[in-house]
Design a binder for this molecule. Structure first.
Ligand SMILES: Nc1nc2c(c(=O)[nH]1)N[C@H]1C(S)=C(S)[C@@H](COP(=O)(O)O)O[C@H]1N2
Ligand SMILES: [Mo]
Length: 306
């Protein structure tokens, strides 16, 4: 992978045992600092203070059961077809209300960022969940480098359009490009990352190589894959699933057991990999990240802003 180091600690040097100890020590250190501040983020190298303690799903599970409609609608389609996508060279257009707009090569995007492992829960709107050890960096770091102008209120993201390599894009199942958006405070939140890898390796193409968003307190569809454009804007961006079916998919899409999808309940979830006869688990509000993010929505009615 391109950049597999944090400071002078290489991923290959981090044994699982050492990583576990580091994480425990960092959690203790971060708690003393009040958790979510920039100081806590600076402390973290290797496994992040933001990681969940839940056991990650296997690489096999994470890379073989996917939603990536550009490659088809079946959960097995992305693993079967994503090899056709060329991810090198890759450039990302950053435009709109920024001081330094431009077409940035992926290497520029990654230069100087602090990559770290973040073990996050991913909760699909289809009521299944898994736990993924991402390698990534905070979106806020990139936004700080390009200079967000005060007029910017939202960030819009787009996936690549390349029907010759992405066979699902030959049909109009969704309006391409796949697009997503965040409010600026959501985009700046330290939990929001751009991932470049998982399990210490390059991101599998079916998981959104070479660069995908991960917003762990929102339904999985917000975590847009294979990003080629990031735009700062003062208008709430159009988002793919909301454009398709606004009564089912809102702009916020925070994981919320109290607000059902019109066609199914969100009160419980199935954990990928637990087997057919395992029981369901109660859905956690904000996917378990409420302590960190609930304050972003103070005064909002989340049944209305779903
Ligand atoms: N470009 C793009 N991004 C996407 C999707 C998609 O179809 N296209 N599916 C989303 C959905 S619904 C989910 S649940 C997650 C799945 O991520 P994973 O396959 O890495 O688990 O990706 C999201 N990002
Ligand atoms: Mo999803």
């Amino acid at each position: 992978m391109r950049r597999t180091f944090m400071g002078d600690l290489r991923w290959s040097d981090v044994t699982p045992h050492a990583a576990f100890l580091n994480r425990r020590q960092l959690i203790a250190g971060a708690a003393a600092l009040g958790f979510a501040g920039p100081a806590a983020a600076k402390l973290s190298y290797g496994p992040s203070v933001f990681s969940t303690d839940e056991k990650p799903n296997t690489l096999e599970e994470i890379a073989s059961y996917n939603n990536f409609y550009e490659f088809g609608t079946d959960k097995r389609d992305p693993a079967a077809h994503a090899a056709a996508l060329t991810t090198d060279p890759w450039s990302v257009k950053i435009d709109g209300m920024v001081d330094k707009p431009g077409d940035y090569d992926l290497a520029d995007v990654l230069s100087g960022v602090a990559l770290e492992e973040r073990i996050y829960r991913l909760r699909c709107v289809e009521a299944w969940a898994m736990v993924v050890p991402w390698i990534g960096f905070q979106l806020s770091d990139l936004l700080a480098r390009v200079g967000v102008q005060p007029s910017a209120k939202y960030v819009a993201f787009e996936t690549i359009v390349r029907p010759e390599e992405m066979e699902g894009q030959k049909s109009p199942i969704l309006e391409w490009p796949y697009r997503e958006g965040l409010r600026i405070d959501e985009a700046m939140h330290p939990l929001t990352i751009l991932a470049t890898g998982l399990y210490g390796e390059e991101l599998p193409k079916q998981n959104g190589a070479p660069l995908r968003l991960v917003v762990p307190w929102k339904y999985g569809f917000k975590s847009i894959k294979s990003v080629v454009r990031i735009s700062l804007t003062d208008r709430q961006p159009e988002t793919t699933w909301n454009m398709l079916q606004p009564s089912e998919y809102g702009f916020y899409s925070n994981v919320n057991p109290e607000v059902d999808h019109p066609r199914w309940s969100q009160a419980s979830e199935r954990r990928v990999g637990e087997g057919l006869f395992a029981g369901r688990h109660p859905t956690m509000k904000f996917n378990g990240y409420g302590d960190q993010v609930a304050s972003l929505y103070a005064g909002q009615d989340l049944a209305k802003d779903y």
